[in-house]
Design a binder for this molecule. Structure first.
Ligand code: ADP
Ligand code: ASP
Ligand code: MG
Length: 405
């Protein structure tokens, strides 16, 4: 018997920024539907409207309540979803839109960075059974206990799309964006960056977590956990894009170079060098929802040590508050923050079996007179913190030596 496939298509902000692009998006959806598939669509807020909503709130308050911020930001996706349904209806296609909460997306309670816990998707399934194109607002859900609307963190519509694809047992999740797929480096910075045709979940997860914002890291985690193939491609042409999956044909030593200039370095000076001290420092940071990334503890002197770490710039106020409390509690010698840093990383599954990759990276940076402040590694990633001003030079040099050669 002929089997109908279910496909989840997600369209990011730049793909839905005005009525013209919404028409282009509708054509993609119709093409998929007319090809004999069931289609569920996830949309982001139009263009940069999430940023504009944040700016509006900041004009009125320096400390807007996280609950109200989620009420505000979740409105962005509602505008897109209803406009798209209105347009599809006008073209003669049965379609309706659902908020995250109406789609049965339940999350943890942390405003601004909630995590999806479950998707019941009842109304989505009913819509599909009745032949509708169901459009779901990305980036949002509801917490059952607090009954509050939550958002999933920047770029969170990717997570909505892949989690929805997993819960509906979709054949694949297609992420449509403003570039042709995942590249060996950000194509807006490196003109020679090449499109990656296939990449594993593990490599993509490292690329996303180290700065390749084309996919939100959590969406890749869902893909890996539930084995949903993710295809990243352009809304504006018909290229094949990139497929993210479990196993691929070709292993690369270095698959991609990423960068992140949205983190700061924080230091707590002169803390007592005793067992349990790291727990005392990082416990309160994690309780405060701070996403700590690289950590360095200096060699101790006179039984005191300095602890430095990186965390997102947009959490700097929360970090400094926790650190100044800690500085008092632990009788430390003060705190510092440094905005002038960036992180560059190289990622590739083949580096597990290859020696000398790290030293090659360090010598490339050294040859370019770029000072390394911190280093961290995973089996398939090496990251260096460098001065922000050197970031583009570093990405270019690393891409040239590891990928273009
Ligand atoms: P959307 O609005 O569709 O969600 P995003 O702005 O979140 O789009 O992500 C797409 C952007 O990610 C691209 O415009 C590109 O500049 C950036 N990007 C960073 N690193 C990469 C990479 N390695 N490959 C592709 N795009 C990347
Ligand atoms: N609109 C949200 C953002 O700008 C979510 C998304 O686009 O994925 O972060
Ligand atoms: Mg995005």
């Amino acid at each position: 018997m002929f089997q109908v496939s279910l496909i989840v298509q997600k369209f990011g902000g730049t793909s839905v920024s005005n009525p013209e692009s919404l028409k282009t998006v509708a054509n993609k959806i119709i093409e998929c539907k007319e090809g004999g598939n069931e289609v569920v669509v996830v949309v982001s807020a139009m263009g940069s409207s999430t940023d504009e909503l944040i700016d509006l709130a900041e004009e009125l308050s320096e400390t807007p309540s996280p609950r109200e911020m989620d009420m505000l930001l979740s409105a962005g996706e509602r505008i897109t979803m209803s406009l798209l349904a209105i347009h599809l209806n006008n073209l003669g296609y049965e379609s309706f839109s659902l908020t995250g909460s109406q789609a049965g997306i339940t999350t943890t309670s942390r405003h601004g960075m909630a995590e999806i816990e479950n998707i019941s998707g009842e109304r989505v399934k009913e819509g599909i059974e009745n032949g509708n194109i169901v459009i779901v607002a990305g980036f949002q859900g509801v917490n059952k206990e607090t009954r509050e609307i939550t958002t999933l963190g920047r770029g969170g519509s990717d997570a909505t799309a892949v989690a929805l694809a997993a819960s509906l047992d979709a054949e694949r999740c297609e992420i449509y964006t403003d570039v042709e797929g995942v590249f060996t480096a950000d194509p807006r910075i490196i003109k020679e960056a090449k499109l990656i045709e296939e990449i594993t979940y593990d490599e993509m997860l490292e690329m996303a977590s180290s700065g390749a914002r084309v996919l939100m890291a959590r969406s890749v985690e869902f893909g890996r956990r539930y084995n949903v193939p993710i295809i990243v491609k352009s809304t504006f042409n018909n290229g094949e894009g990139t497929i993210v999956k479990e196993k691929i044909m070709e292993e690369a030593i270095v698959r991609g170079v990423t960068h992140n200039d949205k983190e700061m370095k924080f230091t707590l000076f002169g803390v007592p060098d005793q067992p349990g001290i790291a727990g005392k420092v990082f416990g309160p940071l994690s309780e405060g929802g701070i996403i700590v990334d690289m950590i360095v503890q200096n060699v101790s002197k006179d039984s005191k040590t300095d602890i430095s770490f990186t965390a997102p710039t947009d959490q700097s106020e929360e970090v400094m508050e926790v650190l100044s409390n800690l500085s008092n509690d632990l009788n430390a010698e003060g705190t510092d923050s440094d905005e002038n840093i960036a992180r560059v990383s190289i990622i590739g599954a083949g580096m597990k079996a290859e020696s000398g990759v790290a030293s090659k990276m360090f010598s490339i940076l050294g040859k370019n007179k770029i000072n390394i402040g911190m280093i961290s590694t995973s089996p398939i990633r090496i990251s260096c913190v460098i001065p922000k001003n050197d970031m583009n030079k570093a990405i270019e040099a690393l891409h040239e030596e590891f990928i273009s050669e």
